[in-house]
Design a protein around this ligand. Structure first.
Ligand SMILES: Nc1ncnc2c1ncn2[C@@H]1O[C@H](COP(=O)(O)OP(=O)(O)O)[C@@H](O)[C@H]1O
Ligand SMILES: [Mg+2]
Length: 588
């Protein structure tokens, strides 16, 4: 329930993310310009060595141009190295900040928003999509400046070496550009399809790993294997198709380059024989043509990468810019100080999940004062958890309001609010670490006596004491090395360690046997008698002693009052009590 800095996140546009690194980007730009210039000079120097040095038998010219080539090559190496280093740093930093923002954003989302995106997609966005953007950035920072300068610069240099041969370029460059363009246009939709197919593989894999026990128990391996194989084959098919197209780029480039070279040598040789052209100039011309074609290919590669990265960037932006439905208020109102007792009040609260037409709960009104206990009872799916989630501010109500000490939850500072409540979710989830770590989640400074005290109340002390390492025993991710009932009791102890003013127990006693349930409730009354308590249950025994009981049916309040009154006035409640009345429960 920690709310990270959720306010302005997502507002950071891509432009600002780049501007944040403006000096590094400027340095990269200058380095790249320098290194392309150096590589453009190299063929011209070698032409001079051949034509002036060797042709003119001038040893000092060879030394001079050789020296220049050495300097240019060293500069090219140093500058391109620096640019690559800076480029990678900038790209990885931007990737890191994106992951940070996605992470913080997810923590600020309402529960219903998380379910709307789906957990699988949120993970893909934080990992694979950021990776795509990051790779695109590295590529762009290496090629975006280099490709055009190299293409145009080489063309200029080539024309300078020999204007007459240049007509060949007018043929080969358009042919190559056309070829790459054709292949790219074919490949782009394939890459876009690949991204959604990858999503599908991820989500199937995720579902199957999470449901592995169900799959085994119901002997669904063949069906599930088939489902995965189909998604995998779809992805592979598209990838092979796209890969084949892209694989044709290199051979086409080589073919065009070789043909151009043959044509150049054929046309150039006769001009050399006639003395119109120096051999060195012809060789330099050939080198420039190769550089031009490489420049064209780089642009082609970028055009291919771009749509993939754009799809990913859009998915990240969509997440970062989704409105924070349970965001912190701009001007928070203070809650009463801790320990002074809190009054919880729901006023005509209604809520519907996004996308669903009907409201799940409607017109819920009740209050719970300090020292009071409210029970909520109703069938599965009647809306009990929905109510508790609104009180825990995992969602905000669609209509009406929830107030704590007279302050609307939407006006309270999230951290202050969180420190007031002890919440035990319906699905007890423990974080990995030791038992002590798990218990200290909401109160890092709690001493061992506090922990044991909470364990005693939660009826968890016995089994923790029985473990060889006691409080230092390991807890697996999610708490999977404990039984359902043990996990519930540890989650209850964890909430008790917070020493809150309001406790919410969402069906938290469901995995406990009757006797433990009874002992736990008696201990709770002793330990947290001062707090306001909401207990959700489907079992009458768990809530019949509450000060007031809210009976809920299909999202509507059908009764509110103490057990005796409801037995008289609320047929739904009386029916539930009768249907559950068995000899052992009457004793409760
Ligand atoms: N994330 C959700 N999206 C859409 N509908 C939901 C979601 N969670 C619960 N519901 C619906 O809301 C109703 C109430 O659910 P819930 O509050 O969990 O019931 P209870 O806790 O009483 O068993 C159910 O009909 C359920 O189908
Ligand atoms: Mg529930």
């Amino acid at each position: 329930m920690t709310h990270l800095r959720t306010g302005s996140i997502g507002a950071t546009p891509w432009r600002d993310r780049l501007l944040h690194h403006k000096w590094a980007l400027l340095a990269i730009l200058l380095c790249q310009m320098g290194q392309v210039t150096a590589s453009l000079l190299l063929p011209s120097f070698s032409a001079d060595i051949i034509d002036i040095g060797i042709g003119g038998q001038d040893a000092s010219a060879i030394r001079y141009y050789g020296g220049l080539m050495g300097v240019a090559a060293a500069a090219q190496l140093a500058l391109s190295g620096t640019a690559a280093f800076l480029g990678a740093t900038v790209a990885y930093r931007i990737g890191q900040s994106l992951r940070e923002d996605v992470f913080a954003k997810v923590h600020g989302l309402a529960l219903s928003q998380v379910q709307g995106f789906t957990v699988g997609s949120l993970i893909t966005r934080c990992t694979n999509d950021v990776l795509q953007v990051q790779s695109m950035l590295i590529m762009a920072l290496t090629m975006i400046v280099v490709a055009p300068i190299m293409g145009v610069g080489s063309a200029v240099m080539a024309v300078r070496q020999d204007a007459q041969l240049s007509w060949l370029l007018l043929v080969s460059v358009p042919v190559l550009a056309g070829l790459i363009g054709f292949l790219t246009i074919k490949a782009v939709p394939l890459y876009q399809r690949m991204q959604t197919q990858l999503d599908r593989v991820n989500s199937i894999l995720r579902e199957q790993i999470e449901g592995i026990r169900v799959i085994r128990a119901f002997l669904q391996q063949p069906r599930e294997a088939g489902r995965f194989a189909k998604a995998n084959a779809d992805l592979t098919g598209t990838a092979i198709h796209a890969g084949r197209l892209m694989a044709m780029i290199m051979p086409s480039l080589t073919a065009v380059m070789q043909l151009t070279s043959v044509a150049l040598i054929w046309a150039g040789a006769s001009r050399v024989r006639d003395g119109d052209l120096e051999i060195g100039a012809l060789i330099a011309f050939l080198s420039y043509v190769a550089l031009i074609l490489i420049g064209v290919m780089m642009m082609g590669l970028m055009i291919v990468m771009l749509p993939r990265a754009l799809v990913s960037a859009r998915r990240i932006t969509e997440l970062l810019q989704s409105p924070v439905e349970v965001g912190p208020p701009s001007d928070p109102k203070p809650l009463p100080p801790r320990g002074s007792g809190l009054h919880l009040r729901l006023e005509e609260v209604g809520f519907g999940y996004p996308g669903a037409e009907a409201m799940v709960i409607e017109n819920i009104t009740f209050d719970v004062g300090p020292g009071e206990t409210l029970g909520i009872i109703g069938a599965t799916g009647s809306g009990k958890s929905t109510i508790v989630n609104l009180i825990a501010r995992l969602n905000d109500p669609g209509t009406g309001r929830v107030t704590l000490g007279g302050v609307d939850l939407r006006d309270a500072a999230p951290d202050e609010f969180a420190s007031h409540i002890g919440y035990v979710p319906q699905k007890a989830y423990l974080f990995s670490g030791t038992v002590a770590d798990s218990l200290r989640l909401g109160n890092a400074g709690a001493d061992e006596a506090t922990l044991w005290n909470a364990l005693e109340v939660a009826q968890a002390a016995d089994f923790v004491r029985a473990m060889p390492d006691g409080l230092m025993s390991p807890v697996a991710q999610g708490g999977t090395n404990f039984s359902g009932g043990q996990r519930q009791r540890l989650a209850i102890a964890r909430a008790l360690v917070c020493d809150a003013d309001l406790y919410l127990f969402d069906d938290s006693f469901s995995a406990l046997d009757q006797a433990t349930d009874r002992k736990l409730r008696a201990a709770l009354r002793q330990a947290v008698g001062h707090a306001a308590t909401v207990i959700v249950s489907q079992r009458v025994a768990s809530i019949r002693d509450a000060d007031r009981i809210l009976v809920i049916e299909k999202g509507q309040m059908v009764g509110l009052g103490p057990h005796e009154t409801l037995m008289q006035t609320c047929p739904v409640y009386a029916e539930t009590v009768h249907s559950q009345a068995r000899p052992e429960e009457d004793a409760a």
